[in-house]
Design a protein around this ligand. Structure first.
Ligand code: SAH
Ligand code: SF4
Length: 359
């Protein structure tokens, strides 16, 4: 391990922890609040900029902590439309974040909602058959500092504050539970990034035990479940995780979450032609959505290079939606905004890394 790796990320400490560390190093504990104010309110890039701190403290911080800023490798898109950022981490691994402005159609012209879609792992171990993120397997978990760093870097690059967060980038958030929890604490805290818990959505492929664990935590984050199949035989064809946690277990965990948090969860449902888009599938989806009182968000499949799946024609999407609507299920269809820049999660990274892989 290099000396830099032995240092703690300054983007991964809570006030309580920093106070303890500073006291241990012989500095007054109250300095921790000042340090975090420089980090999150003033957004400085290094300890040298913390001009109201004594030089000895700055030197000590320099010795034990590190600013691991993410490096921006590529940006696709432009102001007012979806922007995709490809970030390089300190070990050279790459992750993506996507900044999505409010849709005037949905939120009105005046809305300043800006949603950032963030990654939680490098690659993904869950191997869903339709997804680009899992194609090269799983490399590692992101650290709490790297999760927080995506928001800081996207805000720095865009010059805008992020109002909402969705954990729908690369990786399975609930498989990186410990690091996710600390990152959430920092992102939500008034001393940290200060994004309200109800403006944070965690998306999971359906890790039932971790859904229950998240339900036990006090933070009111929202839960989205990647369902993509409302019958086991359909779901397990495209999502191997369904063999470990079949629909019965998953739906029980969803019910538990909704009950504990007094919250409606969302089922994400990608429409893939001739895989999960029949009227029978729509009826099965009505059943499970009713059971959990969930909202449904349908997403026409985004083509992934190298995979054969395709989206159904619009008439077929409409027929599917009509079944849900007729049954009184709250359902929307998201006709992807980012579609033309580079489609779903994990794809920008693959495109950029492809030449290196081919060599
Ligand atoms: N691992 C988590 C979060 C990341 S994936 C999860 O699976 O929920 C975020 C969402 O993008 C998931 O709903 C996933 O199923 C969806 N997705 C993956 N590939 C897609 C594609 N090609 N087109 C549309 N949505 C896709
Ligand atoms: Fe992983 Fe989610 Fe993609 Fe499945 S859909 S491979 S869980 S990132």
């Amino acid at each position: 391990m290099s000396p830099a790796e032995l240092k703690e990320s300054i983007h991964a400490v809570t006030p309580a922890h920093l106070k303890e560390r500073l006291s241990g190093l012989g500095h007054p504990a109250y300095r921790a609040d000042q340090v975090l104010e420089w980090v999150y309110s003033k957004r400085v890039d290094g300890f040298a900029a913390m001009t109201n701190l004594p030089a000895a403290l700055r030197a000590s911080l320099e010795e034990h902590f590190v600013f691991h800023a993410l490096e921006t490798v590529r940006v696709l898109g432009a102001e007012d439309i979806t922007r995709k950022y490809l970030f390089r981490l300190s070990d050279g691994a790459m992750v993506e974040s996507v900044l999505i402005p409010a849709s005037p159609a949905l939120y009105g012209e005046a809305s300043d909602r800006r949603t950032l879609c963030v990654s939680t792992q490098v690659g993904c171990a869950y191997g869903c058959k339709f997804c680009a993120s899992g194609l090269d397997g799983w490399s590692r978990n992101l650290t709490p500092g790297e999760i927080v760093g995506q928001i800081l870097q996207a805000e720095k690059q865009s010059g805008e504050r992020v109002s909402n967060l969705v954990f729908m980038g690369m990786g399975e958030p609930l498989a990186n539970f410990k690091n996710l929890s600390l990152a959430l604490e920092i992102l939500n805290a008034p001393w940290g990034v200060g994004i309200g818990a109800r403006r944070i959505t965690i998306s999971t492929s359906g890790l039932a035990p971790q859904i229950r664990e998240l339900a036990e935590q006090s933070m009111q984050v929202r839960l989205a479940v990647s369902l993509h199949g409302a019958r086991n035989e359909v779901r397990q064809q495209i999502m191997p995780v369904n063999r470990k946690y079949p629909l019965e277990d998953l739906l029980d965990a969803c019910e538990y979450y909704a009950e504990r948090k007094k919250q409606r969860i969302t089922f994400e449902y990608i429409l893939i032609r001739e895989v999960n888009d029949t009227l029978e599938d729509a009826k099965a989806l009505v059943e499970v959505a009713r059971r959990v009182d969930a909202k449904v968000n349908c997403i026409p499949y985004n083509k992934v290079e190298g995979l054969d799946w395709v989206r159904p024609e619009e008439s077929r999407q409409d027929a599917f939606m009509a079944v849900l609507k007729r049954a009184g299920v709250t359902a929307t269809i998201r006709r992807e905004k980012g579609h033309d820049i580079a489609a779903a999660c994990g794809q920008l990274r693959r495109q950029t890394m492809a030449p290196a892989v081919a060599e």
